[in-house]
Ligand binder design. Structure first.
Ligand SMILES: Cc1cc2nc3c(=O)[nH]c(=O)nc-3n(C[C@H](O)[C@H](O)[C@H](O)COP(=O)(O)OP(=O)(O)OC[C@H]3O[C@@H](n4cnc5c(N)ncnc54)[C@H](O)[C@@H]3O)c2cc1C
Length: 500
């Protein structure tokens, strides 16, 4: 019976993978036009656009304001107490339905660095933990199995107040956003009398989008649940890179771009773009196309400062309406002790005030493991995805993160921090209520200008790194279409939920 149901669900959800486009193989693959493309911003979206376009023979220049590639998956060196160490922007999970990003990892020979996480765990304040490894992987049946973790019980399934939970299985871009984009997760939880543990799972999930529950759009959350949990049969398990991003992702990506003739200009901010009659001038060079892949925080001043865009009202208004999310913090510490627990590399914590997750780097990345062995210590990364307003200074934030870290790792109290790297930032795109309608799309009304990043509006439900990669790849496909070239095949989880 269960197996029959599984087959039906798989069929309904199109085997969990759909083609986003239908490339015409009769069209030429390579561009002979010598056309030039400026890609501004070297995060995953920029790497995606630059790689896909350079591969086809476009003359690509990638401008990145920092001294390193990668943006929010960046990695850099720093000196501390006589040692040269590396810090990354923060821990990253590669979910198995990141179809397009994972294809790119294969292309640049990075896929071999992916290693699986043992479980998706949330540590609770009462000392218990919830793990999601044992759930049925089939969408729908995984929801039913949440009973095993106490996330819901049979009453949840029969109570009339719980009827709205059905919405989770009914994701459809237009309807879900029309109905739920103006409602926050907090409001929804109150309305549905959401069971405590279910609320906890959702809270943790909402924070992974750097939002507090009272700000997070319920439609974005339904989309997130669809993308991560209800549209594929990978469960909530994922993979991580087995060493620093520099070696496992950024160096191979840079090599791929350079081998295909792209120029990568690091330390090169673009402060102004001039829209010309034909094409654009960026940093004194003329380009036929421009793909804008900066983060939300930096795109606004760039467009305000640029020439020739004022007549494109819709575009400039949409850019002006973009918002960043709450402040967040990433605190990596190199210590003289490590835990002896049998926990996965990454654990979520039921947050008291600041701490949302802990990554055990000494178990995960090769360079960190080597440091740990040599120094008999641990390397931990503490994240707060949405800092409360009352924690203002770096010292206050660090102290609170450590206090909560010791709650979950009491045996490490009194450890010595030998080195540390602290980031306190506000550059993540807001997925708050009511923002969907004004969110800009990849194709703009400005001829030759495309947008890419985890913040652009797309009609496929990908999110975070996969959204960044996919948007860059779609922008490239749009340029291929303009130039009469064959598109690259892209994929997605099904666009609609099981009951939509
Ligand atoms: C702490 C943390 C943890 C995360 N964990 C996960 C995870 O586990 N899984 C997941 O899928 N996603 C995760 N994410 C989200 C993921 O990192 C992002 O969705 C993705 O990396 C965004 O890529 P992007 O290219 O859109 O933007 P960005 O990475 O922000 O890249 C934008 C780039 O543009 C550059 N730039 C800006 N302005 C200019 C200018 N004027 N001139 C030149 N360059 C400019 C910036 O320096 C930057 O390099 C996490 C994010 C953070 C912060």
């Amino acid at each position: 019976m269960r197996n029959q149901l599984k087959r039906k669900i798989k069929k309904k959800l199109q085997s969990y993978k759909v083609e986003l486009n239908a490339p015409d193989s009769s069209l030429p693959f390579n561009s002979e036009s010598g056309k030039k493309v400026a890609v501004i911003g070297g995060g995953i979206a920029g790497i995606s656009a630059a790689s896909n376009l350079a591969e086809r023979g476009f003359k690509v220049t990638l401008f990145e304001k920092e001294k390193f590639l990668g943006g929010k998956v960046g990695s850099w060196q720093f000196e501390s107490n006589g040692e040269t160490l590396r810090a990354e922007h923060g821990f990253h999970a590669f979910f198995r339905q990141y179809y397009n990003l994972r294809d790119f990892l294969k292309k640049i020979d990075s896929f071999k660095h992916l290693i699986p996480i043992d479980d998706y765990i949330i540590l609770l304040q009462n000392g218990d933990q919830m793990g999601f490894k044992a759930l049925d992987e089939t969408p729908g049946l995984n929801v039913w199995d949440l009973r095993k973790e106490g996330v819901m019980n049979w009453k949840t399934f029969v109570s009339p107040r719980s009827l709205p939970f059905i919405q989770l299985l009914k994701y459809s871009e237009k309807k879900s956003f029309r109905k739920y984009d103006n409602l926050s997760f907090e409001q929804y939880a109150k309305k549905t009398a959401m069971p405590q543990k279910m609320r906890l799972v959702f809270n943790t999930f909402a924070r992974a989008f750097f939002s507090e529950p009272d700000k997070m759009s319920m439609a974005e959350l339904i989309k997130g649940f669809h993308f991560y949990f209800l549209s594929n049969d990978h469960g909530l398990l994922y993979d991580v890179l087995d060493d620093d991003f520099q070696y496992t992702f950024l160096d191979p990506a840079a090599k791929f771009m350079i081998d295909h003739g792209a120029q990568i200009k690091l330390n090169t901010p673009v402060n102004e773009i001039k829209k010309m009659e034909e094409g654009f001038v960026v940093n004194n060079d003329h380009f036929d196309y421009c793909v804008l892949c900066t983060d939300v925080q930096h795109i606004k001043p760039l467009i305000q400062n640029s020439e020739g865009f004022s007549k494109y009202n819709e575009f400039t208004q949409k850019i002006a309406s973009l918002q960043t999310s709450d402040r967040y913090a990433v605190y990596r510490i190199w210590t003289d002790k490590f835990e002896e627990k049998d926990w996965p590399f990454f654990v979520f914590t039921d947050r008291f005030e600041a701490l949302d997750s802990v990554t055990l780097y000494h178990k995960m990345e090769k360079e960190s493991t080597a440091w740990s062995k040599k120094n008999n210590g641990g390397i931990f990364e503490l994240h707060s995805y949405a800092l409360p307003d009352h924690l203002k200074t770096d010292d206050e934030i660090k102290a609170k993160l450590m206090e909560e870290f010791y709650f979950y790792f009491p045996e490490l109290k009194g450890l010595e921090i030998k080195h540390s790297y602290f980031q306190h930032r506000k550059d993540f795109p807001a997925f708050h209520t009511g923002l969907r309608d004004s969110r800009p799309e990849i194709k703009t009304e400005v001829p030759g200008l495309f947008l890419a990043g985890d913040w652009v509006k797309m009609d496929n439900p990908s999110m975070l790194m996969e959204a960044a990669y996919t948007s860059g790849a779609i922008a490239s496909n749009m340029i291929f279409e303009d130039e009469g070239l064959q598109e690259n095949q892209l994929f997605s989880v099904p666009k609609k939920g099981l009951l939509a």
